[in-house]
Design a protein around this ligand. Structure first.
Ligand SMILES: [Zn+2]
Ligand SMILES: [Zn+2]
Length: 166
């Protein structure tokens, strides 16, 4: 995802539209690897502002996540807006800028970061996923099971043990 900006940088105010669509395999996240189910598309425009490059666009894709309760795979669509200012690496005073070198901006790493940030905190197939029975493994979204899930109350447990001894 490399954008040529040589001509853009010649004149302040110049705009350049871009469209990237790439098939990526996987995304490394803190919660493990996830697979893409759709191409990563980055659409937008770059504008020369005071010889820096303002990039505004939109990133879309979709990944396959696994529900943390029932373990089922589900597709999670991603659609995020992107705005960032880029400055040439040899310039001074670039506090609020991302740097680029030479005449092209490589969006690969910034896009990866945006995709990771776009993932939900909790991976759930649906908000009210019932999960699996901790005893028999039945998917409780599909059917209930006959397991008696005991209410574990530590005080009651002590009493129960006390009476069992008698
Ligand atoms: Zn689930
Ligand atoms: Zn069960």
């Amino acid at each position: 995802m490399k954008l040529e900006v040589k001509e853009l940088l010649e004149e302040v105010g110049t705009e350049k539209r871009f469209h990237f669509a790439e098939n990526w395999d996987r995304l490394e996240t803190a919660q493990g690897q996830v697979e893409f189910t759709e191409p990563v598309v980055f659409d937008g425009k770059a504008t020369n502002i005071d010889s820096n490059v303002l990039v505004q666009g939109n990133i879309t894709s979709a990944v396959e996540l696994h529900c943390s309760r029932c373990l089922k795979a589900f597709t999670y669509p991603i659609n995020v807006d992107y705005t960032e200012q880029y400055c040439r690496a040899n310039k001074d005073g670039h506090d609020e800028c991302r740097l680029f070198h030479g005449n092209e901006i490589d969006f690969t790493q910034p896009v990866i970061e945006e995709l990771i940030l776009a993932l939900p905190m909790k991976w759930l197939c649906r908000e009210k996923c019932e999960g699996l029975c901790p005893q028999c493994g039945q998917d409780l979204n599909v059917a209930k099971c006959d397991c008696q899930v005991e209410d574990i109350n530590p005080r009651m447990e002590v009493l129960k043990k006390f009476f069992e001894k008698e």
